[in-house]
Design a binder for this molecule. Structure first.
Ligand SMILES: [Fe+2]
Length: 331
C-alpha cells in the first residue's frame, strides 16, 4: 500500500497492530486526528530537512511551523541540510532561509543546521557555517548541543550531535584512512559521554537507511541508504545513540530499529520526490508528503508528530527509552 495522507485518514486507529509495533520498540498510530499541542514532555523541538528551495512548498511548511510553534514553544529547530538550494549560494541565505523563518528567528527560536550536499557546493559550506542564523555552534560543521533538565542522578535529558555527512562520505569513498580515523576519534570521544544524557540524538544530511522505489527501468526515485555511513558508523551507534534524523531523500520515512537505534528520514520541508518504498521490510512507515516533525521528550519516552503543509497529521508515534525498548524486545 502506498501510504499517502488520504489513505491514512481512512485507516482505523492502530488497534491490533499496536502490540506488534510495540515489540519493535515503537508504538505508532495512523489516524484522522489533528496534531496535539498538549503533549507530555520536558523538551519540545522541531526537526525538518531539505527546506531551502524558496518555493511555495517551503513557505507553506514555514507557515505551518510558525503556527505550530506559537502553540507549543519549541526549544529549538534542527535542520537536516540542503538549507539553501541549488548550490548553497550566499546571496540566497536571506530569501531561502532567514526571511522564510524570520517570525520564529525574531521570537528567539534557535535553528541548528547540518550541511547538505547542495550547501557544500559553495566553498565547502564555509559561508553558511559562519552565518549565525544557521546555528552552527562555534561555526563548526560538527558540534553538539544539550537541552532539558537534569534528573536526580545528574543526567541531562538530551544531547544532539550534528555530523557533516558530506565530510564522512568523501573521506570513506576517497579512501582517506587518516581522515576517517580523525573523524572517528573525535566522534568516539563524544560517544563515550553518552551515559551522561538520558537521550542521545544524531542528525546529519545523508540517511544511513532510506528505501526508495524504482522506475520500471531500474532508476531509483531517490538517493537511498548511504552504504559508506553504514559500513563505518553503524556499529558505533548501537549502544550510544537512540535516534538518528536525516534528510536528503525528499519524503518521510520511519525505519524499523537497527541494533536498537531508530532512524527517520525527514527531507520534505521544501522539496518533494515521491519515492518512499513504504512496503520495504525495513520500513516501518513512509509518506510522500511535505512535512516537518514536532517532538516532545521526557525521561521515559519520545513522542513525535509529523505534520504536512496543510497542518494535518501524517503520523504520530512514541519511542520508549532504551531500557524499556530492550525489555519489550526481550519479552
Ligand atoms: Fe541532499
Amino acid at each position: 500500500m502506498n501510504v499517502s495522507r488520504r489513505t491514512i485518514l481512512k485507516l482505523p486507529l492502530a488497534g491490533a497492530a499496536a502490540p506488534l509495533l510495540l515489540q519493535q520498540g515503537i508504538a505508532a498510530a495512523k489516524s484522522a486526528r489533528a496534531p496535539q499541542a498538549d503533549l507530555p514532555g520536558e523538551l519540545r523541538f522541531c526537526v525538518m530537512g531539505d527546506s531551502g528551495s524558496g518555493a511555495a512548498p517551503q513557505l507553506r511548511i514555514a507557515e505551518q511551523m510558525k503556527a505550530w510553534h506559537d502553540r507549543v514553544d519549541w526549544k529549538h529547530v534542527l535542520m537536516l541540510g540542503d538549507n539553501v538550494y541549488e548550490n548553497g549560494e550566499t546571496e540566497y541565505f536571506d530569501s531561502r532561509f532567514v526571511d522564510v523563518y524570520r517570525p520564529m528567528l525574531d521570537q528567539g527560536v534557535p535553528f541548528h543546521a547540518t550541511l547538505g550536499n547542495h550547501d557544500v557546493r559553495n566553498r565547502d559550506g564555509r559561508e553558511m557555517l559562519a552565518a549565525e542564523p544557521f546555528g552552527f555552534i562555534d561555526g563548526a560543521d560538527e558540534y553538539e548541543l544539550t537541552a532539558g533538565p537534569e534528573n536526580a542522578e545528574g543526567k541531562q535529558l538530551a544531547r544532539f550531535l550534528c555530523l557533516n555527512s558530506n565530510r564522512w562520505i568523501d573521506a570513506i569513498e576517497g579512501g582517506s584512512k587518516a581522515e576517517v580515523d580523525r573523524l572517528l576519534g573525535r566522534l568516539r570521544e563524544r560517544l563515550r559521554e553518552s551515559d551522561r544524557y538520558g537521550w542521545n540524538f544524531l542528525y546529519l544530511h545523508h540517511p544511513f537507511h532510506s528505501y526508495v522505489k524504482k522506475f520500471f527501468f531500474g532508476v531509483e526515485k531517490g538517493h537511498g541508504s548511504s552504504e559508506p555511513l553504514q559500513q563505518v558508523l553503524e556499529n558505533e551507534l548501537r549502544d550510544t545513540i537512540d535516534v538518528v534524523f536525516a534528510g536528503h531523500d525528499h519524503f518521510y520515512q520511519e525505519l524499523k530499529p537497527v541494533h536498537g537505534v531508530h532512524h527517520f528520514v525527514a527531507g520534505g520541508a521544501g522539496k518533494m520526490r515521491k519515492g518512499s518504498d513504504s512496503h520495504h521490510p525495513a520500513v516501518e512507515f513512509g509518506a510522500d508528503e511535505y512535512h516537518f516533525m514536532d517532538l516532545s521528550l521526557s525521561e521515559d519516552r519520545l513522542l513525535f508528530q509529523t505534520i504536512n503543509d496543510e497542518g494535518e497529521l501524517i503520523r504520530t508515534g512514541e519511542i520508549p527509552k532504551r531500557g524499556r525498548r530492550a525489555a519489550a524486545q526481550a519479552a
